[in-house]
Design a protein around this ligand. Structure first.
Ligand code: BV8
Ligand code: ZN
Length: 263
């Protein structure tokens, strides 16, 4: 790691040392090191399929079996992966802040629930989750557990109305859960430090959250190996993998804490 990156990490740790409210937005990039494909990277999902074909109600109505099988494939991957050090570091940061009377709000665009498995709590799932399902017609929740029946090749039928069952994710053209988005917006307005981690910052309204934070005076940190539309607004950018640098930020925090107790 070069000296510039070390300085940036120390700068972030210093900001965190005096922060009480921290808000984090994550995207597919934070799960990349767990082996979960992103969407817009060179070998990402959208290079093989068009988003509207798969992640939209029209796409589902046109080809329910294709869309259902696409989600089955992603569920199969999630059975085999585990949270990586980036997920774990965010759960640690949440606990560290809480011990000092602070608070971390984690809003994720991911549907993989790896943050939950890493120990993060009160996670705001902006785009829903891939574990639960509901009826596309009457919207009643539907009990389907992937591991009980991984060979289900087409959407199950609703036991109430016979409608086709769909995953509980937010598709393009669908509203995000109103209460979840409101909580994420409030946490973006009121935070001292905002992290945008592993997201191309292209999908709205999630991509608008860092700008809300910046506009309200937050210190904006972006962690992404590549530049994004957000990079120019960030106070500090770490062009690095989140699984590598998030643990280093946590480490810098504890050495910073030793520093202040020795002072
Ligand atoms: C809505 C389904 C009201 C779940 C997804 C305002 C302006 C412009 C457009 C719109 C707007 N408002 C609404 C829209 C339309 C649309 C939109 O934003 N379109 C974009 C493409 C222009 N938004 C919507 O439709 C939203 N609904 O607003 O409703 C409405 C309705 C109609 C019309 C107007 C308003 C719904 C959005 C949710 C869509 N659902 N997925 C699923 O199957 O997963 S979106 C999909 O993209 C995923 O959820 C994903 O999370 C999300 C964002 O992608 P990223 O997470 O950022 O992933 P990506 O691959 O793009 O980037 C990964 C990044 O990680 C890269 O930058 C890479 O460099 C980095 N990386 C890689 N490795 C690492 C790493 N970073 C760190 N460490 C590493 N190791
Ligand atoms: Zn139904």
């Amino acid at each position: 790691m070069n000296t510039e990156q070390i300085e940036r990490i120390e700068h972030i740790a210093k900001r965190l040392a005096t922060a009480t409210r921290v808000t984090v937005l994550t995207g597919a990039g934070i799960s990349a090191e767990s082996g979960v494909a992103t969407f817009r990277d060179p070998n990402g999902i959208w290079t093989k399929f068009k988003p509207e074909e798969l992640a939209s109600m029209d796409g589902f109505l046109k080809n329910p079996n294709l869309v259902w099988q696409w989600y089955q494939g992603r569920r199969d991957v999630l059975e085999k992966v585990v949270p990586n050090p980036g997920h774990t570091a965010l759960a640690e940061l949440q606990r560290w802040l809480e011990t000092r009377g602070g608070r971390l709000t984690l809003a994720t665009q991911n549907v993989d629930r790896l943050h939950h498995r890493a120990g993060s709590t009160d996670v705001l799932e902006l785009h829903g989750n891939i574990v639960e399902n509901y009826c596309s017609r009457c919207r009643k929740p539907h009990e389907y557990v992937f591991s009980d029946n991984p060979d289900q090749r087409e959407p199950p039928r609703c036991t109430y109305c016979g409608g086709q069952i769909r995953p509980a994710v937010v598709w393009f053209g669908e509203l995000l859960p109103v209460d979840v988005l409101a909580a994420a917006e409030a946490a973006s307005e009121q935070c001292d430090v905002f992290f945008s981690i592993g997201t191309s910052a292209e999908v709205y309204p999630a991509a608008g959250l860092p700008i809300v934070a910046k506009r309200n005076g937050a210190f904006l940190v972006e962690i992404n190996p590549n530049a994004t539309a957000l990079t120019r607004y960030a106070d500090v950018v770490l062009h690095a993998a989140s699984g590598a640098v998030l643990p280093q930020i946590i480490e810098a925090l504890s050495s910073d804490k030793e520093q202040t107790t020795n002072d």
